[in-house]
Design a protein around this ligand. Structure first.
Ligand SMILES: Cc1cc2nc3c(=O)[nH]c(=O)nc-3n(C[C@H](O)[C@H](O)[C@H](O)COP(=O)(O)OP(=O)(O)OC[C@H]3O[C@@H](n4cnc5c(N)ncnc54)[C@H](O)[C@@H]3O)c2cc1C
Length: 487
């Protein structure tokens, strides 16, 4: 754990808020920064040390929605009168600095809300659960749902409620279109059940509004019959092949708008421990034991590469290691499937990766995630109407070891990304979205939404959080402005 210059003594507002919370919730829901075990627990909460490196006064772990409500009812007057701050965290996977943690202040840690229930309408998932647990649970019922391709990934806000992409998306749709209901705690502590037929505007606002309106305690997600055995694997190759892979991906997305039934993502990895290589993550939603590769995957399986075949989901969604203390960041942009842009973007990225190769523990990856045309066109998310063609999300996935390198790495790669965005505008292939799940702290997904959707967000904020509990009390990036224009 890093040392920080902030005072060992919390400010007066946080102190009296703490006393009030201790009177309102059982003592064993609290872990204070001086308690044994705090450091391990705090680090394990977050995928990235950009968040675990911040040091709150304590974490509070409600065990049900009622306790979340008590938390909000208790703390709200201290937010209003003393400017007390609290962060909200579920799975802690979103890597943007300060999005779910803070220096001083309080962390509302929802990791204990991890119940999973199958109902006739779908699977109810507490926000503290992990996607791996959800798939495992549904396997008993020979069912599946749209969810993350990493077993350790949290349910949280970005992926589930924003335009999260799943390996099931080509057939199942975007994550936000599969969420049928949210149970939430509002700024006044009221517990609400929000879905299409009740509180529709709030439901709409939740799917993109981040932590600006309320606290989500569970979501209900559509399920479908599935054996949980799909065709897929990862294949590795060299730089030249990666350039060919970009060309194939751009061509098929431009011509066909989609890769039928298949989820393909690709990265070029530059690591100072494991070298440089390209890698494709291939998944095809075919529930048979047939070993021959489906035709649509063939261009993405370099000759002589590893054997592919049907696999159980638990093997396919293992995901990267979540090593406590690792520094990890994502930043991204969306573009039309333009080979020249993506290829020149790669070269700019590799130049920077070379320059910053000396940073200890560095692994820099240039990743491509195609969003198929049908997903975009069929989404309930109105702001997708800004673009109705297929697009590709370029994500920089950056890992390193030392806090001293944070600003250099983030600023230098930010410049590379902005250069790609500049070129994309010049070539007329820019797409104006930002996805919260892969945003860095300096990116602003909310600013990228359509005017109509931003209007809904402002209206809902005014209606449900007139005292700005979530604007002023919960710090971090991606906040809606308060009515008086302050943060
Ligand atoms: C290894 C890895 C794999 C990933 N795979 C995918 C993928 O397959 N598809 C995809 O789309 N994205 C993916 N992502 C990005 C990921 O979707 C987001 O990081 C995800 O939303 C995180 O959920 P979480 O529970 O961990 O959220 P957290 O990191 O806990 O929180 C994220 C943000 O939401 C707010 N928040 C969290 N919980 C709540 C709540 N209950 N109520 C209100 N606000 C809340 C927080 O304050 C914070 O601002 C991946 C990220 C990583 C690191």
């Amino acid at each position: 754990m890093e040392s920080h210059s902030n005072s060992l003594i919390p400010d007066a507002g946080t102190t009296i808020a703490t006393i009030a919370l201790l009177g309102a919730l059982p003592r064993d829901r609290f872990v204070f920064k001086n308690d044994a075990g705090f450091d391990n627990l705090h680090q394990a909460t977050y995928a990235s040390a950009l968040n675990s490196g911040l040091r709150p006064e304590f974490h509070v772990f409600p065990e049900n929605a009622g306790e979340v409500s008590i938390f909000i009812k208790t703390i709200r007057k201290y937010v209003i009168s003393y400017g007390v701050k609290f962060a909200i965290v579920s799975g802690g996977c979103l890597t943007a600095r300060g999005c779910s943690s803070l220096d001083s202040g309080i962390v509302l840690n929802l990791s204990q809300l991890k119940c999973i229930n199958l109902t006739t309408k779908g699977v109810e998932i507490g926000v503290g659960a992990k996607w791996g647990d959800v798939f495992l649970f549904l396997q008993h019922w020979t069912r599946a749902c749209v969810g993350a391709d990493d077993a350790g990934m949290g349910i949280g806000n970005g992926m589930s409620l924003d335009r999260g992409l799943s390996f099931m998306s080509p057939d199942g749709g975007l994550m936000c279109d599969n969420v049928r209901r949210c149970d939430v705690v509002m700024a006044d502590g009221e517990v609400k059940r929000v879905h299409r037929s009740s509180f529709y505007a709030l439901f709409d606002a939740l799917r993109g509004g981040g932590n600006n309106f309320c606290i989500v305690t569970s979501i209900l997600v559509r399920t479908f019959p599935h054996t949980q055995r799909i065709y897929g694997s990862t294949v590795k190759y060299d730089y030249k092949e990666f350039v060919r892979q970009i060309s194939r991906l751009a061509t098929v997305m431009e011509k066909e708008g989609r890769i039928k039934h298949a989820d393909i993502s690709m990265c070029f990895v530059c690591s100072n421990t494991s070298g440089r290589f390209g890698i494709n993550y291939l998944k095809y939603n075919r529930q048979t034991e047939e070993r021959t590769p489906p035709q649509v995957l063939e261009p993405f399986i370099p000759a002589g590469e590893q054997e592919l075949g049907p696999e159980g989901l638990s093997d396919l969604i293992k995901g990267p290691d979540r090593t406590p203390g690792k520094r990890w960041a994502h930043m991204h942009t969306f573009v039309k499937p333009d080979f020249v842009l993506i290829r020149t973007g790669l070269d700019g990225f590799l130049n920077k990766a070379n320059q910053l190769a000396q940073c200890e523990g560095s692994t820099y990856s240039y990743c491509l995630y195609p969003y198929d045309r049908d997903l975009v066109q069929n989404s309930y998310r109105e702001d997708f109407s800004m673009n109705t063609a297929a697009m590709i999300m370029i994500v920089f996935r950056l890992e390193w070891k030392n806090g001293d390198d944070d600003d250099t790495i983030l600023n230098e790669f930010r410049q590379v990304l902005e250069h790609i965005e500049h070129n994309a505008r010049y070539r007329d292939v820019a797409v104006g979205f930002k996805n919260m799940s892969y945003s860095a702290h300096f990116q602003n997904p909310i600013a990228s939404y359509s005017d109509a959707y931003k209007k809904t967000l402002r209206r809902m904020k005014k209606l449900y959080d007139p005292n700005n509990i979530f604007q002023r009390g919960v710090p971090g990036p991606w906040k809606l402005p308060t009515d008086d224009g302050t943060k």
